[in-house]
Every structure is written in C-alpha cells, then in structure tokens.
Design a protein around this ligand. Structure first.
Ligand SMILES: Nc1ncnc2c1ncn2[C@@H]1O[C@H](COP(=O)(O)OP(=O)(O)OP(=O)(O)O)[C@@H](O)[C@H]1O
Ligand SMILES: [Mg+2]
Length: 599
C-alpha cells in the first residue's frame, strides 16, 4: 500500500482554486461580487484575450486598508462572516474568504486599493499566492484588481478552456447577469479596448433590461408581481411571440443572488403551458425572495446553486404567477364552451366553395394509361423502396442503401389536392403518393441557396432604409467577428450604435419577411462555438431553408403545388429534406386492396 502524505500548501491551494475558478468568467464573477459587497456603484471590467491574458476590475467601493489588503489573498480570510450562525443570514455575496486566495494561486495578481479616509492607496503584487512586492501608490477611492496570465501555473486547467469566443461569451453572460441584478450600478465591459457592454445607472428595472436586452424586447415585457406567505416574485417575462431559440435572455435571482435552478426554470416554462412552441425559450428576468433562513447558499463551490426549503410550493407559486400574468394579458386562450359545443354537436361546417372546387376538380380526371405505368419502372421503384406507409424510421434506415441517380426524376404523378393543409395527395402508377409540402420547399430552397452560396453568388435584395436590429452584447460580438461570413450568406450589417446594427441586404431567396429572424438563427449557430465555418455552413443553410419554407397549415392551390413540385424536379436530391426526412410516402394500391379485402 502506498504511504499517506499530507499535501503541501501550494498543491492544496491549487486544488481548492480549481473548485472555485473554472474559467476566466469565474474570476470576473468573483471580482464583481466583491465589488458589489464593497458597496460599489461603478464597476468597470477590462478584458484581454478573452480573459486569459488579463482581467482588470475597478470599483469605487469602500476599499481596504493595508492590513486587510495583505490578508485578503489568504485562504479562508473574510470580513463577511464570523460564526456559523452568520452562514444562515448572509447578506453579502461572498462569505467563504476563498475567491481571492484561489485566484491568486493560479495567476499573477496586482491589487490597488484605497479607503476614503486614506491619503494614499496600497499596492500588493502576488504571484502563485506569494507576495512579490507591496507599497504605497496614488489612487482613487476603491479597489482595482488586475489578474494576469490566468492558469499560467496550471496548464491542465488552461487546456480545458473553450475557444476564445466561448470564454468571452461566458464573461459577457456574467456581467449581463450582475448588471440585470443591480440597475443602480454602472457596469462597463471592454474587450481589447472595445466597449462590449454598458449598463448605465437607472432606478427602474425595465429600463435596465432595455439597456442589456435591447429596447425592442423590453418594450413588450410584462410585469410579474406576486406574493404569498412563502415567496415574493417580482420581475418581467416575455410574451410567447418573443421566445427565442436560446436561453440567453433568462435571468433568475434568488434573494439577490444570481443562481441556476432547474426546478424554478421549469416552473416558469410550466407557467407558459402550451403557449411556447417546441424548443422555444421565453425571455424572463425574475427575482425570487424567500426567508433567508429557508435557503442554504453554501452548497455549490461556485455558489451557482442554492437549496430552498419547500421548493415544490415555491415552484407552484412561480408557475401560478407566470400563468396568471399571461392570462391577465389575454395571452392564454380560454376554452369557449359554446364554441366547442357547436363544433361537436352542431351541423357540420360547410366546406368553403372555392377551396372545394380546386381541391377536388382534378381528382375525377386522369388515370394513368397502362403503357406509362410500365415505362417508368426505374424511378417508381426508387420511390417504393424509399417509402413505406409504415414509418419514417424505416425509411431513413433504408435510405442509405440507395444510390440516387444524379438526375433523379420525380415519379409520374397526378396531383389531386391538399389534405390537412399539410400534405399533397397525388395519384401515381401503382398507388397513391403523399407529399409533405414543407419538406418539398425546404429541399428546393436548400439546394438553390446552397448553389448560390458555394458559387459565392448569393442574390441579395437591398433594403433601402435598412432594418434596425438590436443585439445583446454577446450577439454584438458575434456579428462584429463574423461580418464577412454573414455577408456571404447575403446579410450585410452596418454598425449603427452600441450593439444595434442596420440590416442592409437580405438573401433574395428568403425574402425580407423571413430574413430578420434568419439573422438571429445564424447568430445562434455561430454562438455555439464550433470554430470551422465549413462545419456549420450546411447546418445554417438547412436551418434557413427550414425556417423560410411553407409550414403545415398553409393552404396552397393546385398551381402553387405544381410550381413547387416543378422546382423540386430540378433538385439533385428530390427525395428527402436536408435533414433526411422523406418527401414522399407511397401507399401502393396493392396495400389498399388488401386493406379493403379485395385481394
Ligand atoms: N473589491 C473589494 N473591495 C473591498 N474589499 C474587498 C474587495 N475584494 C475583496 N475584498 C476583501 O477581501 C476579502 C476576501 O475576498 P474573497 O472574495 O476572497 O472572500 P469573500 O468575498 O469574503 O468570500 P467568497 O470566497 O465567498 O467570495 C473580502 O472578505 C473583503 O473584505
Ligand atoms: Mg468574494
């Protein structure tokens, strides 16, 4: 058996630091918390190399005297609690006395701090936890902590950092959350000298949200105000139509702490019931307040989680508050009993004469002549193999086995009409074809756009006055860093002011209506941090084609259907959508005959 040894202090500190400081954004979080605890009303953050080279935070808080400044980097040194009892009525964000010690163990730190009553400030320089130099220095009241070369002595940790863009996004996220939490504090964030975010001092939560999420979002937010004996809920939630593809505009604060809590988040979603589309995420900024004795803030190394007593009841109150608020704003459809009864028991609703006409007029016509049926064996077989009335899964499993000839022609068919505003129905030799209208257009748009994109020849429509798009700070960075890529997709964005941009051109294929949405879609993909454009361009184009395509529920006339199918005919792969879902399903007449027991 190996001998047990007690680890040396340096190693202990590095291990402890690993718990608290995971990435540059953790440093930013800890330092902002310290500034807030020091009563700062102005916090400015300067970052270099996404925080890996330098993170400098200046505040105008109460500062430290020399003695405290020397102590603050020691493990377990805190001015915030004294006894175990204090742990359960903590009013400050910090309480462990670990953050600065952890940061100092894995970087080079310089602290300059001055209290109001002192003439000069004090400067302490620390490397790997040891003091290198110290002395008086001229400075303003407050504290500036300058962290350089984070993780320089823990290469393993450094290796696990994500791309610069991802690390920077985490930092922006941290600053945004604290800026949302404190409307009366001015936050300024710079990266490499470029201003990414400014959240001015305001006394009103909605104005504060506007400066961080943009005024378009803020304007439509609804106030939530609710209180019972257990919990107080206050904040703003977005209307369902404002929902996003990502969760970037969600902020949850419990007793003035920024936390993550899946139960509470789920409770908010539950409050929306069916008002949210699948995979859509509501905008919300919510403050939850409970009796401080009923929460434990000391359960997570980075203080990201808290434990709440009676969490079930608290969540029920949150769902209720969100639901009632939406209802008050007439956003929850109320079941109209009279209408329902009418639908169930009343006379059948007559079919609109015009629609009836074109949906059925052609069905009485053409039956395929025998000869034609025999001729088109080749491609009909493909469709039959591709498709089966049983299930999509079966289709995709088999799909790969077939080599689709480059000039795959569509099966011979006679369009009969549209059902459920979703599928085309056509007669085809040997059976019936069902065609998914959305998927048809998706394939058509995908191939056309891909062609233009690959040939660097995307047709664009100019928007004379441009369309104003507001981005969050994180989105602003992505737009700034990817403007030429966005241009290749047909989106020309001109800087307007702050993180607002003017959209000056859109890809013609997708048209103006769709395009604003598509810009946000593309940003969403770019934000996932995959570095290579080649890896994501296909996903982006697939997504754009999907978003821009006719949806189930759009009524199409026979000529419109024919036009779409003619376009499909020109596609290289007209049998599946870009995701691999099939476009056609064939129901062989044999099957029908069996089902009707004719055979
Ligand atoms: N910006 C600041 N202004 C004034 N005092 C500060 C500042 N930053 C740190 N301090 C002092 O240094 C001490 C140590 O800070 P540190 O962040 O390491 O621990 P903490 O905030 O007490 O607890 P936690 O580890 O939970 O953050 C604080 O208790 C506080 O007294
Ligand atoms: Mg702290």
């Amino acid at each position: 058996m190996k001998e047990i040894t007690v680890l040396d202090e340096d190693l202990i500190n590095k291990i402890a630091a690993g718990e608290v400081i995971e990435r540059p954004a953790s440093v930013v979080k800890e330092l902002i918390e310290n500034s807030l605890d020091a009563g700062a009303t102005r916090i400015s953050i300067d970052i270099e190399d996404s925080g890996q080279k330098r993170i400098r935070i200046s505040d105008n808080g109460h500062g430290m005297d020399e003695e405290n400044a020397r102590k603050c980097i020691l493990p377990h040194a805190t001015s915030k609690i004294r006894s175990v009892d204090d742990l359960f009525s903590i009013k400050t964000l910090g309480f462990r006395g670990e953050a600065l010690a952890s940061i100092a163990a894995v970087s080079q730190v310089s602290i300059i701090t001055k209290q109001d009553n002192q003439l000069e400030g004090f400067n302490l320089v620390v490397e790997s936890g040891s003091v290198i130099s110290s002395g008086s220095v001229a400075s303003e009241k407050g504290t500036t902590i300058d962290i350089q070369n984070l993780f320089f002595n823990t290469p393993a940790r450094k290796k696990f950092l994500k791309t610069d863009a991802v690390e920077l996004r985490h930092i922006i996220d941290v600053v945004t959350q604290y800026a949302l939490l404190h409307p009366s504090v001015l936050f300024i964030l710079h990266h490499e000298g470029r201003e990414l975010l400014t959240s001015p001092q305001v006394d009103d939560m909605k104005n504060n949200i506007a400066s961080l999420y943009g005024s378009t979002i803020a304007k439509d937010l609804i106030e939530v105000k609710y209180e019972n004996e257990l919990v107080t809920i206050y904040g703003f939630i977005g209307k369902p139509h404002q929902s996003r593809n990502d969760k970037n505009q969600q902020a949850l604060f419990v007793n003035d702490r920024w936390i993550r809590n899946n139960d509470i988040t789920k409770a908010v979603y539950d409050g929306y019931h069916s008002l949210l589309f699948h995979h859509k995420h509501p905008v919300f900024v919510l403050h939850i307040t409970v009796d401080p004795h009923k929460i434990d803030v000391n359960i997570h190394p980075q203080k990201k989680e808290v434990k709440i007593e009676h969490i079930k009841e608290v969540c029920a109150a949150i769902s209720h508050a969100v639901h009632e608020t939406l209802k008050e704003h007439n956003l929850v459809p109320v079941l109209d009993v009279e209408f329902e009864q009418q639908k169930t028991f009343g006379a059948p609703k007559p079919v609109e004469p015009q629609k009836k006409e074109y949906m059925f007029e052609q069905s009485e016509q053409t039956i395929f002549p025998e000869k034609e049926q025999e001729q088109d064996g080749a491609h009909t077989t493909i469709v039959e193999e591709y498709t089966t009335p049983e299930s999509d899964v079966f289709i995709s499993e088999h799909k790969k086995e077939f080599v689709i000839p480059e000039t795959a022609k569509l099966p011979e068919m006679k369009l009969l009409g549209q059902i459920h505003k979703t599928f085309f129905v056509a007669e085809t030799p040997g059976g019936l074809l069902l065609i998914d209208q959305h998927v048809v257009q998706e394939r058509v748009l995908y191939e056309r756009f891909m062609n233009q994109f690959m040939n660097k020849n995307v047709a664009v429509q100019e928007l004379l006055r441009g369309e104003l798009l507001e981005f969050t700070a994180a989105e602003g960075v992505i737009v700034h860093d990817n403007s030429s890529l966005l241009h290749n997709f047909g989106f020309t964005l001109e800087e307007f002011e702050g993180t607002s941009y003017l959209l000056k051109t859109v890809p013609t294929i997708f048209g103006r209506q769709q395009s604003t949405d598509l810009v946000y879609e593309v940003l969403h993909f770019l934000s996932e941090g995959r570095n290579k454009v080649e890896e994501i361009q296909e996903d982006i184009i697939t997504r754009m084609a999907c978003r821009a395509s006719v949806k189930a529920g759009d009524v199409l006339s026979i000529p419109e259907m024919q036009k779409l199918l003619a376009e499909l005919e020109g596609c290289v792969l007209p049998y599946t959508c870009p995701h691999g879902r099939s476009i056609f399903i064939k129901v062989p007449v044999d099957e029908l005959e069996k089902k009707f027991r004719r055979k």
